[in-house]
Design a protein around this ligand. Sequence first.
Ligand code: ATP
Ligand code: MG
Length: 572
Amino acid sequence: MMSRMRYSRLFAPTLRDDPADADIVSHRLLLRAGYVRRVTSGVYDFLPLGLRVLRRIEAIVREEMDRAGAQELLMPMVQPAELWQQSGRWDKYGPELLRFADRHQHSSCLGPTHEEVICDLVARELRSYKQLPMTLYQIQAKFRDEIRPRFGLMRGREFVMKDAYSFHADDECLAREYRNMFEAYGRIFTRLGLTFRAVEADTGSIGGRDSHEFHVLAESGEDVIAHCSACDYAANVEKAVGVRDCLSGEADELSEVNTPNVTAADEVASFLGVAPSLLVKTLMYRVLCDDGRSEIVAACVRGDDQLQEIKLAHALDAASVELAGDQEINAVGAVSGFVGPVGLQCPVWVDRSLQGACGLVAGANRPDTHVVGLDMDRDVPDARVADLREVKNGDRCPHCEGVLALSRGIEVGHVFALGTCYTEPMDVLFQASDGRRAIATMGCYGIGVSRLVAAIVEQCHDDNGIAWPIPVAPFQLVLISMGQSDAVHEVSQQLYRALTDAGVDVLWDERKERPGVKFRDAELMGFPIQLVVGDRSLARGEVEIGLRGQTRESCAVEGVTERVLQLLGAGN
Ligand code: ATP
Ligand code: MG
């Protein structure tokens, strides 16, 4: 995508002030610098500069996918309901799936992802193991009716994804491709100039077994990831396991104490003079199962821990969990504010850190009352144990002696070893080498291409604007003409030609604007190299050149192309 452009022709409407509804840096800067415009909630126009960045990211993704042996295809956005009924996700996926009927009352949806469509395609064409393995990918718009679209491109409803799908005769082959894709992702995010981490992830609504997310580290990230200081263990908090010391209090008989109006864990702890970790925090959840049934369960963690709802949903094999209402709580024999695990008429799940502990304090399921001397084994013998607590800074690593630290991340990629959870219902069968019919095993691999535009800005900006890494910059160089003299115009034009002939993408700012305005826009839009042509340097046969945010150096007019290519080479 080599090309050049004159600023006066460029459609990049800039804003002087921060737009009111943009709450993170990337959203603000992409709007202000004229890269994107909002059409409606979670739906954006990519203006020419924005599209150029998107295309550059796509080109890098495409190159690495092709290099990894994947083949590009293009699937439709509109998908028939039948395919989703066949996989079982028509009912499971929830309101993020935008469903509609066409004029023949035929149900369809806008694709949030393409497992169904690709399985259907491959099922119809796959005959023999000799056609496997096979990895197919596309770069295409997805639609998810997100409950809270926000942060501009970061969480849109319509967004661009690279999604790849691999099919295999056996799980060893799938594991090899999973590695292959994992490594390709590392190359992609490195080439994009990002600081990132691969973390173990929850498999979410897509299903399957092994899964890693790739996170760009940034304060504005919506995800929290835990990573070990000593080994390479890293995981999303939705899944991360931390090890903590499990304390018990003094063994004692179970007895009730009066705690009028004292409900919050830390209040109870200080009222009774016990450590918060000896408190049992009991939360009541309504559990929604895949088949539409729901039930109430109690879930317990220590008073100084937080319950991680995704872990709970996993432990229960539930579609989702929601906090229960007061009536539901009463119906299983508990009292809001004074809930405890003893004597409940519902299943009780407890975090592993509570297993075997005694001398604990918990709600008594009676108003204004707690129990003390609680012994989990003795008093809640039917409790089911699972890892339910959210990791905390300072927890010990589950794999070594290291300590876990939490940081924020933006999920830009996700790889799944799915196994047969789609290929089985979608009948992706083939004839194996021994002649028998077998079910193919499958992986899927996503990258948030449009989210990456925002994620890169989150990492690459300063007070003046965006600082694009060279490989994704919409133009590699901005040529700024200062003043309107013939000499400036002639030399600028000459450099504009010479540079584009040499393969450099140049935006020529030939507007009749003050230098201050041109520099401000150049910094805001974030072009990596600035080339300044002005009368004063030209009198010495020189121009000024430099990387954005660094001091410019003088350079003889004849030496410009060479110097620019050097700068581009060093930054690529
Ligand atoms: P998230 O947890 O952020 O909602 P996800 O787990 O639902 O993401 P996947 O189904 O794995 O996402 O989709 C693959 C990639 O698509 C994600 O890694 C992310 O980069 C991107 N993506 C997902 N949802 C959105 C969205 N609403 N807007 C922009 N990009 C998205
Ligand atoms: Mg999502």
